[in-house]
Design a protein around this ligand. Structure first.
Ligand code: ZN
Length: 145
């Protein structure tokens, strides 16, 4: 899999030093698995005053899945539910674009580094795993996503 080298570096940085990774301690925890690749994530969060707070995840898997979880948690932490909803919608669209979209950096920040993954259908689930876990956890916390 060849990605733009600058983007490759962003992904590797997040993979080597993942953000918001730890022991999820929230009351509501979700566990998602990508059986195609063996990626797993456990994630918890809270929604306080309409904002995403206390997002913590733990997981194992390939560099794409782990980097995507780090990037996603940076992106949505502290954001309003509406902002997180928009980022989730845009990232999902990006991943389904088969390489035709580049992503809006204003909304997606580091997540645009994963744009090239959309050209590799087998890896799209790796990139989306943490985002789907986030969506699930947010919904279980009462958010409308
Ligand atoms: Zn994977």
């Amino acid at each position: 899999m060849e990605l733009d080298s600058l983007y490759q570096e962003v992904i590797l940085d997040h993979y080597k030093k993942p953000h918001h990774k730890g022991l999820p301690t929230g009351e509501i925890q979700v566990h998602h698995v990508n059986p195609n690749c063996g990626d797993e994530i456990t994630l918890s969060l809270a929604i306080k005053e309409g904002k995403i707070q206390d997002l913590v995840w733990d997981g194992v898997g390939c560099s794409i899945s782990q980097a995507s979880a780090s990037i996603m948690s940076d992106l949505v932490s502290g954001k309003s539910v509406a902002e997180a909803r928009e980022a989730l919608a845009q990232f999902t669209e990006l991943m389904q674009s088969k390489g035709s979209l580049k992503g809006d950096e204003e909304v997606l920040e580091d997540a645009i580094a994963l744009a090239g993954v959309s050209k590799f259908p087998a890896r799209v689930k790796c990139a989306l795993l943490s985002w789907m876990a986030f969506k699930d956890a947010a919904i279980q916390n009462g958010a409308i996503l």
